[in-house]
Design a protein around this ligand. Structure first.
Ligand SMILES: [Fe+2]
Length: 354
């Protein structure tokens, strides 16, 4: 039984951010209860943090997304801080404001306020037992689709793997295209490509169905238009939301499986790691890789070359094992016999080209 899920309500429009407090009051009309805002630390310098208007009882937690991708220890520490200040009282809502990392941290906190233990215990699929606290996504970077997916990607003590659960999906999203206009160009490119690659992988994969496909195709077109024709931020932002909605109901594929090894062992961030891998996947994704290369060229993006040249045989072994851990994605691309289509030698050959 496959149930399709979308974020049930969206507040969209230029300067919608100014209506955030009013929306929270309308959705959860209990002003005595506190709200948790999880804000990307980058917004200390963009001025967005200063535009927040928290009530005295609210908690504003910063996540230092510019310095590192989220770890399970970050989520646990922030959850512990909330519990230390508020005891067993739950917030009326958790608001995640920022890029994919900060939105993922907010998702995970919402779930970890109602589920015991460490967030590392829930890395995987459908391991979360109890509904989280309600949550609102406010993306300030477009492309990860985190505002619309079930996934909160976290690096734990032993693996980099998302908490994937119906309970980790946002209940609401506030999409204000003004918030993404000032993103640095390089970051805009790599997160835009994350969306592009999600949509390519989803639409080629067997996990896709007719309900998700139009979202993937519209999202893919929005990225192509943005980077090859005209930068329309409203379309680009909707493209991210559509891409997330598509991936929430399908699966990524071989590119994401291979990119986890690159990210985990070599430390590249997710968007860049995907681009390094996708650049070498023409045999699987043909025309879409050629379009990707046109976007890279048009924006004069320098992809790092020969990133695996100093990787040791032991590290390669680990990268192969990490790739195979993403079994679901490999099944979507290759079917249940994915190890025949992608044996360890083939993985090594592909990594060798990167
Ligand atoms: Fe991704």
């Amino acid at each position: 039984m496959k149930i399709t899920r979308f974020v049930p309500s969206v507040l969209f429009g230029e300067n919608a951010f100014d209506d955030l407090n009013a929306w929270i009051d309308k959705l959860y009309p209990n002003p005595q209860q506190y709200t948790v805002f999880v804000v990307d630390a980058v917004h200390r310098t963009t001025g967005l943090l200063q535009r927040l208007r928290p009530a005295p009882q609210d908690l504003v937690l910063e996540f230092d997304a510019p310095s590192h991708e989220p770890k399970t220890s970050d989520v646990d520490a922030l959850r512990d801080r909330i519990v230390a200040e508020k005891g067993s009282e739950l917030p009326r809502v958790v608001v995640g404001i920022g890029g994919g990392s900060s939105m993922d941290v907010a998702k995970a906190i919402s779930v970890m306020l109602t589920n015991p233990g460490s967030s590392a215990d829930y890395q995987g699929w459908d391991l979360v037992k109890h509904r989280g606290v309600p949550k609102i996504a406010v993306p300030t970077l477009s492309g990860t689709g985190a505002e619309a997916t079930r996934t909160a990607v976290l690096t734990g003590p032993v693996k980099k793997l998302g908490i994937n659960s119906d309970y980790s999906m946002y209940d609401h999203a506030l999409l204000d295209p003004k918030l993404i206009e000032t993103v640095p160009e390089e970051q805009e490119f790599f997160t835009g490509m994350d969306n592009y690659i999600h949509c390519v992988e989803a639409s080629h994969g067997s996990a896709m169905n007719a309900l998700g496909r139009p979202f993937a195709l519209a999202a893919k077109a929005s990225v192509e238009n943005f980077f090859l024709k005209e930068k329309n931020y409203a379309d680009f932002m909707v493209g991210s939301y559509f891409g997330g909605s598509s991936i929430a109901n399908s699966s990524v594929g071989v590119c994401h499986a291979l990119s986890y090894g690159i990210a985990f062992i070599l430390g590249y961030r997710h968007g860049l790691a995907n681009c390094i891998v996708f650049n070498q996947l023409e045999e699987f994704y043909g025309e879409d890789v050629r379009t990707f290369k046109a976007m890279v060229e048009r924006h004069r993006v320098q992809l790092p070359k020969r990133v695996t040249k100093d990787v040791t045989p032991e590290q390669f072994e680990k990268m192969i094992a990490l790739t195979y851990m993403l079994e679901r994605d490999l099944v979507s691309t290759f079917g249940p016999e994915f190890k025949k289509a992608l044996p360890p030698e083939k993985i090594l050959e592909l990594y060798g080209k990167m």
